[in-house]
Design a protein around this ligand. Sequence first.
Ligand SMILES: CSCCC(=O)C(=O)COP(=O)(O)O
Ligand SMILES: [Zn+2]
Length: 207
Amino acid sequence: MDQTVTDFARAVQDILFAGQRMDQRGWVPATAGNISRRLADGRIAITRSGCHKGFLQAADVITVDMQGKPHSPENRPSAETLLHCQIYRHFPQVGAVLHGHSVASTVLSMEEETAALTLADYEVLKVFEGQTTHETSVQVPLFENDQDIARLAEVVEPFFGTGMPAGYIIRGHGVYVWGKDMPTALARLEGLEFLLACALERRKLHV
Ligand SMILES: CSCCC(=O)C(=O)COP(=O)(O)O
Ligand SMILES: [Zn+2]
């Protein structure tokens, strides 16, 4: 079989699996969230806008170019496609991007008054690249939500230069994470969501 076809078919399987996994964990309620995978030929495979991520069909995965333009004009890619493309442009080694709307990321990002969530002293911090001990802290940047995704991307843009080890959160909206491939991105998301759930539990204990 043609290599381009095989690569796209694998990307579709990766995206469907990720959607089911994220749905099982309660991170993509209703039609929330979006999922993408870089293809070997430079295109991006991404979820169609408005699909439930737990029940994705192969036809719900479409392709866009690095500027977010769909290859078939009748296809409407995720409303947040530009945020995926931005990550792929900044990190050539990134192969998959995930966006979810968990309770913990939504609530904590609305409650936190500073510009980042600090996650410190957790063993699971080691899920993030370069972390070898629990005696450390990771800053997850928080950005104001904006329905204008191009404008939101402009606000996020400068942070790529400063290193964003864990991903980022849009306030009251959800989290973005990425990895070299889909399993790595899913592991990062699982690690980050665990840490956010811990942080939320601790805040509840301390009220
Ligand atoms: C019901 S969630 C609102 C839109 C959103 O934030 C999201 O993640 C899903 O948008 P998409 O266009 O990718 O389906
Ligand atoms: Zn969203």
